[in-house]
Ligand binder design. Structure first.
Ligand code: F6P
Length: 322
């Protein structure tokens, strides 16, 4: 095998550039010719390839976003779309693809490999941290720190007015960001998709908390939780909690941006290297990850078919420490 391509797909995450850098330099190290595909699967269908050399990896380790750009492609979800993508790869004599992204990216890669015999290796890159096969995904640590810093600032103003705040953090189907930012920022309550709480239970927890917390109260709400996020939850709470001058803050896409933390840069560097090494060793249809600080290889399908569990001990801890 001589030619390998790399792409980033789905929601970008801080550290994707560090992973691209590691893929480029490791590919050179192992003697592969390396190409970048711009705009994820959308670019793959169109044949938007750029040849990479080691110097293209200079000065990007510290940059947020992705120099390859990213996209969510509906066309790639169709058989015809994947056929076009495979044709582009075959046309350029590229045999293998390194895909950096989350569950949607890996679903697409799995089908592409099965239908067209393209070799694929995945690198977990999503702030949601919702993939089996790696304790952490690239970008998660940076997103936690970004959210925590924003929440600390909200705490100042919440204290000043002795207000109740509902703060929504990202996590489409998973509460990892909400749980850990909640713990790290000393939030009084966390609302998670994995932790089934109906509105009455939320109200009664909040009433208990408000009995003892007069300074300020922060509730961290995962966007994917049952009531539909902080705005909807706020509307349901408003009538009974009027006297706390409640405010809603949605942290949104700031959580996806910014310079990656040292932790994410190191993780991305390790995984970028391991992905190329996996291809060199003849592996395909797998994701590289780090579990208990050891590199682990997991079948791509397992990474998104099984649901990664949040740590319920941390949920209990957040209740004890609030
Ligand atoms: O999967 C990462 C993520 O940031 C989720 O937390 C969020 O729900 C989603 O992407 C937002 O996607 P978009 O940027 O396409 O609106």
């Amino acid at each position: 095998m001589k030619r390998v391509a790399v792409l980033t797909s789905g929601g970008d995450s801080p550290g994707m550039n560090a992973a691209i850098r590691a893929v480029i330099r490791s590919a050179e190290h192992f003697g592969f010719q390396i190409f970048g595909v711009r705009f994820g699967y959308r670019g793959l269908i169109k044949g938007d390839f750029v040849p990479f050399t080691s110097s293209d990896a200079s000065g990007i380790i510290q940059r947020g976003g992705t120099i390859l750009k990213s996209a969510r492609s509906d066309e790639f979800m169709t058989k015809e779309g994947r056929q076009k993508a495979a044709d582009q790869l075959k046309d350029k004599k590229i045999e293998a693809l390194v895909v950096i992204g989350g569950d949607g990216t890996f679903r697409g890669a799995t089908v592409l490999a099965k239908e067209h015999g393209i070799k694929v290796v995945g690198i977990p890159g999503t702030i949601d941290n919702d993939l089996i096969g790696s304790d952490e995904t690239i970008g998660y640590d940076t997103a936690l720190n970004t959210a925590m810093e924003a929440i600390d600032k909200i705490r100042d103003t919440a204290d000043a007015h002795e207000r109740l705040f509902l703060i929504e953090v990202m996590g489409r189907h998973a509460g990892f960001v909400a749980l850990e930012t909640g713990l790290a920022s000393g939030a009084e309550l966390v609302i998670l998709p994995e932790y089934n709480r109906d509105i009455d239970e939320i109200k009664s927890s909040l009433k208990e908390i408000l009995k003892v917390h007069s300074r300020s109260t922060l509730v961290i709400v995962a966007e994917g939780e049952q009531t539909g996020g902080a705005v909807k939850l706020g509307e349901q709470l408003e009538p009974e909690f009027k006297q706390y001058d409640m405010r809603v803050a949605i942290l949104g896409h700031i959580q996806r941006g910014g310079s990656p933390t040292a932790h994410d840069r190191v993780l991305a560097s390790r995984l970028g290297y391991e992905a190329v090494k996996a291809l060199k060793d003849g592996l395909s249809g797998v994701m590289v990850g780090v579990i208990n600080n050891e590199v682990e290889i997991t079948p791509l399908e397992e990474t998104f078919e099984k649901i990664k569990k949040i740590d319920f001990d941390l949920v209990e801890l957040s209740k004890v420490l609030r």
